[in-house]
Write a protein that binds this ligand. Structure first.
Ligand code: 5GP
Ligand code: ZN
Length: 115
């Protein structure tokens, strides 16, 4: 998929509305439209990368995505109570958007890992 067809590139560009939680020069973080927990925020690098593997080709950017996830947790007030980072990859994980993104989930007791 080219960046011009990409949903998250359009959200980052402001062509599709979103509720921003945190942003800086490298990432844009906004609320998931279909939250799976009380806090569910997507951390999206502004640069288009297909998936987490491709993102890991730029280790500095990957680290910035993880640091932004931690900052989202702090801004959302869940850094003490706990949170989960998720990268979905492939059909079995129900991946739907092909612009690498980190899910930040928390704000309540989450289900056991993997269930
Ligand atoms: P994936 O399944 O690819 O890991 O996650 C994609 C996420 O994007 C899903 O949790 C889905 O709810 C979210 N999403 C899809 N379309 C939109 C949208 O237009 N706006 C927002 N804020 N989130 C979206
Ligand atoms: Zn994109």
């Amino acid at each position: 998929m080219s960046a011009s067809d990409c949903l998250f590139c359009k959200i980052i560009a402001g062509d599709i509305p979103s509720t921003v939680v945190y942003q800086n020069d490298t990432v844009y973080c906004f609320r998931d439209i279909n939250p799976q927990s009380r806090v569910h925020v997507l951390v999206v690098p502004r640069e288009h990368h297909e998936d987490a593997r491709e993102l890991a080709g730029d280790p500095k950017l990957l680290a910035e995505v993880l640091l932004a996830g931690a900052e989202v947790a702090r801004v959302e007030g869940i850094d003490e109570s706990g949170y989960r980072f998720v990268f979905n990859t492939g059909d079995d994980a129900c991946r739907t958007v092909f612009h690498a993104h980190l899910h930040v989930l928390g704000g309540e007791q989450l289900a056991g890992f993997g269930r």
